[in-house]
Design a protein around this ligand. Structure first.
Ligand code: BGC
Ligand code: ZN
Length: 367
């Protein structure tokens, strides 16, 4: 079957590859699920793998099949699979267990090992192909009423984990009730984090450089949040106007913005960094000021990557709640469909060049 792959380490090597049709027997104990791929989302991670910034082929291969944002329909299940049946719409988690204690308790998203195994990213083939098989424990059911949001389940799981991690960590404060949140970056993670925070009742200011009117601004405001163009109102000015934030989700992909956020966080507040910054930039930071404010304000900075089954479930539940709270808004993130695996060049071009694309995804097959 057809697959879209790169040669890790070789810039701009995206190409069409061949994979054998997978079989249920690849998974032991009757726990296999065979999924027909319908749609696959791509993001900056795929672009950076194609730029050879990271990514590794599975052992025995010189290519890596891309694609970690999956949406498909179950074709067949092993005899011990109960939570999905043929005909169900599903998505699939990305990371697979290594050997640490966290991996062994189903938390490979917080593995303590340096090497991580991620489908479509590191050491395991991804989903940008026609069919895949995986262990039932990684297959997440999507309610049929959300099938129009398809590939958003995976980015949503990352946003859900990031927000959840902050609430978990802030239990240290016993009575933490955040009111004001900033979300820096209005790409897919920023927009989905905006949704989650609005559903939790926070006042949310979501920022990006571009001026209004724009699709980003429209989506943010349809969710009852305020869109701030940082070319008009820089972060510090916003903080002076509306007050510092209790909660910041950083999702710009810029490490200097990640540090700038530290100057606008209120006492007892928390920042979660979600961007994978593949570059080599060196930003200057006001280290005395940050250190002092961090200590005197009992502040928290945490990083969050990936997501496990539970975060997919809570993310999907929030997509459902979001859909009834702000009808027909979330789907606006799905800006840029590409028809067919063979159009992988158009796909990469959209990822690299189309600055207005919020979500590029490939229509692989119809049901
Ligand atoms: C994916 C995550 C993954 C991370 C690091 C992101 O693009 O959505 O699932 O853990 O990249 O590889
Ligand atoms: Zn991703």
């Amino acid at each position: 079957m057809k697959a879209v792959a790169v040669i890790p380490g070789k810039p701009n090597s995206v190409h069409m590859a061949e994979l054998p049709m997978p079989s249920l027997d690849e998974v032991p104990d009757g726990r296999g699920v065979l999924v027909k791929v319908l749609k696959i989302g791509v993001d900056a991670t795929d672009r950076e793998i194609n730029d050879a910034l990271y990514g590794n082929a599975p052992p025995g291969y010189d290519f890596l099949v891309l694609g970690h944002e999956s949406f498909g329909i179950v074709e067949a299940v092993g005899k011990n699979v109960t939570h999905v049946i043929p005909g169900d719409y599903v998505t699939c988690t990305v990371r697979r267990p290594g050997g640490s204690i966290y991996d062994r308790i189903g938390r490979s998203d917080i593995t303590s090992e340096e090497t991580y195994f991620e489908r479509g990213i590191n050491l395991l083939h991804g989903f940008l192909t026609e069919y895949f098989v995986d262990d039932a424990e990684f297959i997440v059911r999507m309610p049929v009423g959300l099938k129009h949001l398809h590939v958003l389940a995976e980015p949503m799981s990352c946003a859900a984990k990031a927000v959840e991690q902050v609430f978990e960590a802030q239990k240290r404060l016993q009575v933490w009730k955040p009111r004001r949140a900033y979300v820096t970056g209005a790409g897919q993670i920023g927009l989905l984090a905006t949704l989650i925070l609005r559903l939790r009742g926070l006042e949310v200011f979501t920022m990006a450089r571009s001026l209004k009117p724009s699709l980003k601004a429209d989506i943010v405001e349809s969710m009852g949040a305020t869109y701030i163009s940082t070319s008009e109102t820089p972060l510090e000015e916003l903080a002076q106007k509306v007050g510092k934030a209790d909660f910041i989700v950083e999702a710009t992909g810029s490490s200097s913005v990640a540090f700038d956020c530290m100057r606008v966080l209120g006492h007892n507040g928390a920042i979660v960094w979600t961007s994978i910054t593949g570059g080599q930039r060196n930003a200057q930071v006001p280290s005395d000021e940050l250190n002092l404010n961090w200590v005197l304000g009992n502040k928290l900075l945490l990083g969050s990557v990936n997501a496990n089954f539970k975060h997919f479930e809570s993310g999907i539940a929030d997509l459902a709640l979001g859909e009834v709270t702000y009808p027909n808004v979330i789907e606006k993130i799905l800006t840029t469909p590409i028809d067919g695996l063979e159009n992988y060049e158009t796909m990469m071009k959209a990822l690299v060049e189309d600055k207005d694309a919020l979500k590029v995804y490939v229509n692989v097959a119809e049901v």
